[in-house]
Ligand binder design. Structure first.
Ligand code: AMP
Ligand code: ZN
Length: 292
């Protein structure tokens, strides 16, 4: 099969019944991301961006593409990895991230959770709260605090279009509309101590990121997190995509236009750590307090 774009080279990647050669796929993927970055001003001249990398295909692709854009736009990029102390998984993820940092020539900052709070993720989990919920609280906290303390003004993550569609459904069903209005390529800072969060792969599907990572020979971690629950929404969303071509892309494009909802929950500062919080004590300090 020939590439559906140039009609010359052999197709090596097949997505939604179309084939692409390496050069054409990389070109259209990078063009889509660059357009999103410019349209939503995800990064601008003079920014210092810390990319939170897990070693997976999404975050390493996000870091690679931001690294390619940094000179063109004029911003700085460094990497952040949080070693959560998950047996085996954290070690292999760390190796992937270190390999990538070397390959891309990017500075890597590694935070070892056990050193940071005196406890690993497993030790922080208490009661019936799922491990993933504790993990999310810890990661969000560190991904804001650490880059801020090191002079960065933005944090980039590898969140993709599939994540956005899944988040939409789960938050919609629990009536969490404030979160839905935050499903955007950029979440601007709403507090002096809160960094802006950017999602350069907002319009890229998981399948496209996997292809991009493969074509660029990124050293992605193959292991799966042992705590990640089986994603029933992933299957449902993929099923819809099979029946409704471009469902995911059209869905995230609608999310881009979804109105921003003003809520009363004003951010204040946690009375224990001083970080931004919607309640007197932030979720991170609550988790740590309970574990102690
Ligand atoms: P997840 O919460 O696992 O779905 O990951 C969402 C995003 O958070 C990823 O695309 C990464 O940008 C970031 N991330 C996840 N795990 C880590 C980690 N251990 N260290 C740094 N960033 C991470
Ligand atoms: Zn706190």
């Amino acid at each position: 099969m020939r590439c559906s774009i140039c009609k010359k080279n052999d197709a090596v990647i097949f997505i939604r019944r179309k084939g692409y050669c390496k050069e054409c796929f990389i070109r259209i993927y990078e063009r889509r991301v660059e357009r999103l970055v410019k349209r939503f001003k995800l990064v601008e001249k003079g920014d210092r961006v810390m990319v939170a990398v897990s070693g997976g295909k999404d975050s390493l692709s996000a870091a690679l593409i931001l690294n390619k854009l940094k000179d063109k736009i004029g911003f700085e990029v460094e990497l952040l990895f949080i070693d959560l102390g998950i047996p085996t998984f954290s070690n292999v993820s760390k190796k992937s991230v270190e390999k990538f940092a070397k390959m891309a020539g990017l500075e890597l900052h590694t935070i070892i959770l056990k050193d940071y709070v005196g406890k690993s993720l497993v030790e922080l989990k208490r009661g019936s709260r799922p491990m993933c919920a504790v993990c999310g609280i810890v990661k969000r906290y560190i991904m804001n605090k650490y880059p801020k303390e090191h002079g960065f003004n933005k944090v980039a993550t590898g969140h993709n279009a599939d994540d956005m569609v899944e988040f939409f459904f789960t938050n919609w069903l629990s009536g969490n509309f404030e979160w839905i209005s935050k499903l955007k390529p950029i979440i601007p800072s709403t507090h002096p101590k809160l960094l802006a969060k950017v999602r350069p792969l907002f319009e890229c599907t998981e399948e496209e990121n996997r292809a991009y990572a493969k074509l660029n020979e990124l050293p992605i971690v193959q292991a799966k997190c042992p705590f990640k629950p089986s994603h029933k929404w992933k299957k449902i969303v993929n099923e819809i995509e099979r029946k409704v071509p471009n469902f995911k892309l059209n869905f995230v494009k609608s999310l881009e236009r979804f109105p921003e909802i003003e809520y009363e929950s004003v951010l204040r500062e946690c009375k224990i750590c001083g970080e931004p919080s919607s309640s007197e004590v932030c979720s991170f300090c609550k988790v740590v307090g309970r574990a102690n």
